[in-house]
Design a protein around this ligand. Structure first.
Ligand code: TYM
Length: 338
């Protein structure tokens, strides 16, 4: 339970480790935009310090950070309503991250499925940062005493760990200082799957570009990727239960529902009985209608990187005004001489 004394505050982040995908948009950004108009303070972050847990070419990292900021703004995140930052400009994240590295236990980290997936068989040769990543992620959230974190399904385990860290810190130091943050995992597309394999998550790091829709893809590319998306030979069912053993069909319907802001049952009431040959062009048309204004606006914003940098620098100043006193109090609790 979140302690009611905490200001309702949202924090979430995305790694600038490549382009934005439809998974990021439907699983995260769309909800970020809505939450700006709900009763929360909202802070959204390009987590550049997280991105370098795996190698990033410096020029690409800088470009991807600005492009991600452009993606946020083009999708409707307003610098007037939300604080928009890149993580490295708010040093309090890394400072609290160190303290949390000393709170979190090795065994907790070893259970993280994202680490296991990313490290694969290579556990001895990945960076120490990749292993400690969830402690920094907990710090991203708790340096603002954030109460709610909108994310896709894949981040659920990291958010449970964030609660474990807050609980252990509060317990060890005998305080009620860090809130137990609530994950917000909502909507029809909290886990968008690869277009090539319905058992794999759509990801910016998948080697196959055909597996994902990028926010910067043009209309023809989007239509082509949807036309080629893996499906099964059957017609679409009329009710959600009929999608149970059909991961690819379920994925395309979920994407449609999330883009159209309808429930899966509402979509199936319209398209049930159709073959993919007639459904896919409708999905492509909807995807282009929703995504192309965003990619056009991203391109416009990217033409003026100075303006993006100014927004991020303003954001960092506002963010530090919240984070600095929380870090100072944390140091005091821990016993650091100030
Ligand atoms: P990242 O950069 O992998 O993804 C950013 C957000 O997009 C969501 N997402 C998806 N949602 C649905 N379907 C998909 N296929 C899909 N792919 C990605 C993710 O769930 C996420 O919400 N560890 C985080 C970044 C992070 C963070 C934080 C998030 C660092 N600090 C603090 C929240 C709070 C990550 O790697 O997300």
């Amino acid at each position: 339970m979140t302690t009611p004394a905490f200001t309702p505050r949202v924090f979430s982040g995305i790694q600038p480790s490549g382009g934005l995908t439809l998974g990021n948009y439907l699983g995260a950004i769309k909800r970020f935009v809505q939450m700006q108009d709900e009763a929360y303070e909202t802070i959204y972050c390009m987590v550049d310090l997280h991105a370098i847990t795996v190698w990033q070419d410096p020029a690409d990292l800088a470009r991807n950070t600005r492009e991600l900021a452009a993606g946020f703004i083009a999708s409707g995140i307003s610098p007037e309503k939300s604080i928009l930052i890149n993580q490295s400009q708010v040093p309090e994240h890394a400072q609290l991250g160190w303290i949390f590295s000393c709170v979190a236990r090795m065994g907790w980290m070893q259970r993280m499925t994202q680490f296991k997936d990313k490290a694969g068989k290579n556990t001895q040769n990945v960076s120490l940062g990749l292993f400690g990543y969830p402690a920094l992620m907990a710090a991203d959230i708790l340096i603002y005493h954030a109460t709610h974190v909108p994310v896709g399904e894949d981040q659920k385990q990291h958010l449970e760990l964030t609660r474990d860290i807050a609980t252990k810190f509060n317990h060890d130091y005998g305080v009620d200082f860090f809130p137990l943050t609530e994950p917000v995992i909502e909507g029809a597309a909290t886990r968008v799957m690869s277009l090539r394999d319905g058992s794999k998550k759509m990801s910016k790091s998948d080697p196959s570009d055909a597996s994902r829709i990028n926010m910067t893809d043009d209309a023809d590319t989007i239509a082509k990727k949807i036309r080629k998306a893996k499906t099964d030979p059957d017609a679409l069912p009329s009710e959600a239960a009929g999608l149970a053993d059909r991961p690819e069909a379920r994925n395309l319907i979920n994407i449609y529902a999330a883009l159209a802001e309808q429930t899966v049952d509402e979509v199936l009431a319209d398209v049930g009985g159709q073959q993919f040959g007639s459904f896919k062009p409708q999905l492509a048309e909807l995807a282009v209608e929703k995504l192309s204004p965003i990619s056009t606006e991203m391109a416009r914003l990217m033409a003026d990187p100075g303006e993006i940098d100014r927004i991020l620098s303003d954001g960092a100043e506002q963010a530090r005004a919240i984070a600095a006193p929380i870090l100072a109090r944390t140091y005091e609790i821990v016993g650091m001489v100030r």
